[in-house]
Design a protein around this ligand. Structure first.
Ligand SMILES: [Zn+2]
Length: 282
């Protein structure tokens, strides 16, 4: 049972507010984890002056550290979180100027994918908190733009959005069609068990690796990714699942007969490999 792959599709590392890349990767590895897809944290978690590019370069550095110092394979996903726009608008910036800044950040992210430093654009999306109608329209435009950039770079996007049901998945699938990005290249981060094609409209759900979500999902199918959304923030210890969750959950589900080793290979090696165009050694 030792050779079971486990990929956490959305896990953060943060040496400023948390334990940092090596500590997190070692915990993950000791629980049987094999690969980590790591999106950059927002600029304000680094410093008030931190630029988008700097925040993205930091995560690329953390990924390098993990790849050099541990047996975990790590990959960076870079982007501008929707709250980056809200924060600037709340601080008094004109919406149009904030949108321009966000577009520039997304272009920086695309460049890093084209240069091979990152494997996807994210997390991008729209707020899970209420905003003005104008601001929401801006977020929606930026989502389509990020999808266009992803199509050009042949990479996926990772979406951060409000809690989404079939209705929102349908809307995001329409955005993907508008951007001519394949629906499956739109990865819904922090997804509930929307595994059936008629529920997710062809998007790839990245499921929260809780027991409840997984059991619900497995009644319907196995086309999904798994994640914790671990924040690596010591001030918010219970905010999300710990870094050991995906490998532990995967083993539990196999032991319970709900997942086979072949299923685990599909979820943790085959599907992410194909989506991100990466070679996951296993
Ligand atoms: Zn996140």
């Amino acid at each position: 049972m030792d050779k079971i792959p486990s990929t956490d599709n959305h896990i953060h590392v943060d040496p400023i507010n948390g334990e940092g890349p090596l500590e997190v990767a070692l915990k993950f590895h000791r629980s049987g984890g094999t690969s980590m897809i790591i999106p950059n944290k927002p600029t304000w978690t680094v410093s008030p002056q931190c630029s988008f590019k700097e925040a993205m370069e930091l995560v690329v550095g953390y990924v390098d550290e993990i790849n050099q110092e541990t047996e975990v394979q790590a990959f960076a996903v870079v982007g501008a979180h929707p709250a980056e726009l809200s924060r600037r608008v709340d601080a008094g910036m004109e919406l149009a100027q904030a949108e321009e800044l966000m577009r520039g950040a997304l272009e920086t992210a695309q460049n890093m994918v084209l240069e091979g430093q990152a494997v996807g654009i994210g997390e991008i999306g729209r707020p899970h908190y209420p905003v003005s109608e104008e601001e929401m329209e801006t977020h929606n435009r930026l989502m389509v733009y990020a999808m266009e950039l992803a199509r050009e770079a042949d990479c996926p996007v990772q979406l951060h959005t409000e809690t989404s049901s079939e209705e929102q998945f349908k809307e995001f699938a329409e955005m993907a069609r508008k951007a001519r990005l394949k629906e499956e290249k739109v990865i819904k981060h922090f997804s509930g068990p929307l595994v059936l094609p008629e529920e997710n409209h062809g998007l790839t759900p990245s499921l929260i690796a809780s027991g409840d979500v997984m059991r619900e999902a497995l009644k319907k199918g196995k086309s999904f990714l798994m994640e914790t959304d671990y924040l690596d923030d010591k001030t918010r210890p219970g905010a999300v699942m710990g870094p050991r969750t995906v490998p532990r959950r995967t083993r539990k589900l196999i032991n319970a007969g709900l997942l086979t080793e072949e299923d685990a290979y599909q979820i943790h090696v085959e599907r992410p490999g194909k989506l991100y165009n990466i070679e996951i050694d296993f």
